[in-house]
Design a protein around this ligand. Structure first.
Ligand code: ADP
Ligand code: MG
Length: 496
């Protein structure tokens, strides 16, 4: 793999890349950066989490001339979160060259944006709808644009932005450079490319062997009614540092995050109906670890780059294999390992097979975890925490009381009582979720023969002839400053 030094980048850009901690290029970066720097139009296809932002961001910023005046580059992105995130990364890449990128998205006050635009950013990162608003108001002019990037093009099409994108592209001078990045290449994208790009060079990085393959993938077959208990138990057993739970609809997201909170997990939901400030605050809390479980719809979580996610739960099986790859790609980023667990109802098994055939990998079947396993999981967590406190914290001032208690009771009884107080016991608070119809996904139409979608190989019914083993907590999944499990258990106890 190449280093960034091999790519003829200017000194300020090299400095910012070093500053960002990037050492080697990712495959998509290695191939797209040189071609894009020559000014060629190109289409870059690579899986989520492979560094596509820098793949276009670096050449974009290299090609922009410093004196601010008119906007010289535009990146179109499907969601506000993504626009913000991309602008942040571009500002990092451009920090020493002093190139400014401004996110422009719906939901934020347009007057505020107009004021920000007066500071003359070199680049704007916009959602299509809001950019159209500004074009109509003539608060953004596109006549000096040298480079356009369509990021997450497949998702923009899924969200119905095709017309907007066409309108926008028609407004931008033809002698521009057009870059298009996407995780998948549906036919509509080739259409756009044909009509709006000049002999684009296609650079496609094979999905196999990239992120998703480093992620352990399990599934549990479970009825709709039991799903929530299964999720709770797995959370108790595994005590993830940070996890994302995907649900099918906005309503399910609300219900699930509420139900999780009721059972003592620190959970919040995120979806498109929430206000921008609510979404921002949820994301911020998730990033700094205040929230442990983020419940999300596909769209809300799309493209978000959150590091440190240890677990992805597909509470509802995704609509199609592509969403599966996207969801699972939220964990195990930047070379770290992750675990993805999909809950599958008996009638959805065909979809699971379809996903396996697309990702060319088996998803390992796990049994429904038992309550006993959940209890043991929490007890182990408490034990780890106690051992940590012994070595790391000052406990002198508790010793007097400890001795007093020991004069009356034996140590095993005392310690057991103390353990009971600080351990979160599996909680069976009743929760009710609205049933949701299983997906009738675009790539898995009902008429298709699911049986033939199985990957090659000789399977047995119960999990591919492989013994389905028991649940255990994953290694290397440590406490974050003791703020996780037992703390939660204690709060929970106090509250009732
Ligand atoms: P994609 O758009 O393909 O889903 P992102 O651009 O969001 O991926 O990048 C995923 C993560 O990888 C980000 O945290 C990004 O900063 C990081 N990253 C990108 N390129 C590199 C690199 N060459 N070395 C290390 N980390 C990188
Ligand atoms: Mg991206």
């Amino acid at each position: 793999m190449a280093t960034f030094a091999d790519l003829n980048l200017s000194e300020p850009i090299i400095r910012s890349i070093v500053n960002m901690g990037f050492e080697e290029t990712t495959p998509i970066q290695e191939q797209t950066i040189p071609a894009a720097m020559e000014g060629k139009d190109l289409i870059g296809q690579a899986q989520t989490g492979t560094g596509k932002t820098a793949a276009y961001g670096i050449p974009l910023i290299e090609r922009i001339t410093e004196p601010a005046g008119q906007i010289q580059g535009i990146v179109l992105a499907p969601t506000r979160e993504l626009a913000v995130q991309v602008a942040e990364e571009l500002n990092k890449i451009g920090q020493f060259k002093r190139i400014n990128a401004l996110p422009i998205y719906g939901g934020q006050g347009i007057d505020w944006q107009i004021r920000a635009l007066k500071k003359r950013p070199h680049i704007i990162v916009a959602t299509p709808g809001r950019l159209m608003d500004h074009m109509r108001r003539k608060t953004i002019r596109l006549n000096e644009i040298k480079i356009v990037v369509l990021d997450e093009a497949d998702e923009m099409l899924n969200m119905g932005f095709l017309d907007d994108i066409e309108t926008i592209l028609k407004e931008i001078p033809e002698e521009r450079q057009t870059l298009l990045f996407s995780a998948t290449m549906p036919r509509q994208i080739q259409n756009i490319a044909q009509r709006f790009m000049k002999e684009p060079k296609l650079i496609s990085i094979k999905a196999t062997g990239v992120t998703v393959s480093d992620i352990e993938q399990h599934y549990v077959e479970v009825t709709e009614r039991l799903k929530f208990d299964v999720l709770s138990r797995i959370l108790d057993i595994q005590s993830p540092d940070l996890s994302i739970v995907f649900a099918r609809t906005k309503r399910r997201v609300d219900e699930l995050s509420e139900a999780l909170s009721k059972r003592g997990y620190s959970a919040e939901g995120i979806h498109g109906d929430l206000t921008q400030s609510k979404r921002d605050s949820v994301l911020r809390q998730f990033k700094d670890g205040t929230i442990e479980v983020l419940v999300a719809t596909d769209v809300a979580a799309r493209g978000l780059d959150i590091t440190g996610v240890t677990h992805v739960f597909n509470f509802d099986i995704p609509q199609d294999p592509e969403s599966y790859v996207h969801r699972v790609g939220r964990t195990g980023r930047a070379g770290k390992s992750g675990l993805a667990i999909t809950l599958v109802t008996p009638r959805e098994i065909g979809m699971l097979r379809m996903i396996e055939s697309v990702i060319k990998r088996r998803i390992i079947r796990k049994p429904i975890p038992t309550i006993i396993e959940a209890v043991q999981g929490q007890q182990r967590l408490t034990m780890t925490e106690i051992l940590r406190v012994i070595t790391e914290e000052d406990i002198e001032k508790y010793k007097g009381v400890a001795e007093e208690l020991l004069a009356e009771h034996d140590s095993v009884t005392l310690l057991s009582a103390a353990l009971k107080i600080i351990t979160k016991e599996p909680d069976n608070v009743e929760v009710r979720l609205t049933e949701s119809a299983p997906p009738r996904g675009r790539s898995m139409g009902g008429g298709r023969n699911m049986g033939s979608a199985r990957p090659q190989g000789n399977y047995h019914r119960d999990g591919y002839g492989q013994k389905t083993d028991t649940w255990s907590r994953r290694k290397g999944n440590d406490f974050r400053g003791g703020s996780a499990g037992p703390q939660r258990g204690r709060d929970n106890k106090r509250n009732g």
